[in-house]
Design a protein. Structure first.
Length: 150
């Protein structure tokens, strides 16, 4: 078993496609005392509430055939958009020298979307990544999970 080292004053982003907690470590590297800096939430209705009634149709180039087009999954697209919002917030904070170390905690799809949108200044400050969904946990539970990280 190993622990995540969270430097003093490091930021910890605990996020998913709908909610994010920006935390700051006021404790020691292996005994974190995380404090909430900011909470962002995105209202993302289920796809069935966002989608059109029926898929579109397209006339095929050859012959009288008409093909159905696949509907976009608006719920998934909104999660990707929210990841970009999180990345923009981190980019702005890093360029303003608000943090020097960063720990990212998010499910794999969110981590991937974040990495694509993060500025190189942020990427160089990432000290650890944890591919878990912890947005539903309390700050105390998050501290314990990160300290007990296998």
């Amino acid at each position: 078993m190993g622990s995540i080292r969270i430097a003093h004053n490091a930021w910890v982003l605990v996020g998913d496609g709908e909610k994010a907690l920006f935390l700051k470590n006021g404790g020691e590297p292996f005994v974190p005392k995380l404090k909430v800096i900011q909470v962002l939430e995105d209202e993302n209705s289920p796809d069935r509430d966002q989608a059109a009634d029926a898929p579109g149709r397209q006339v095929d180039a050859l012959g009288p055939h008409v093909s159905a087009m696949e509907n976009a999954d608006w719920h998934v697209l909104e999660k990707a958009r929210f990841s970009k919002v999180l990345a923009e917030a981190l980019n702005k904070a890093a360029l303003a020298e608000e943090f020097h170390d960063l720990v990212l905690v998010a499910p794999p799809l969110t981590l991937g979307a974040l990495r694509k949108a993060l500025h190189s200044e942020v990427l160089t400050r990432i000290s650890a990544e944890v591919d878990k969904t912890l947005t539903g946990h309390s700050v105390g539970q998050i501290e314990k999970i990160l300290v007990d990280k296998a």
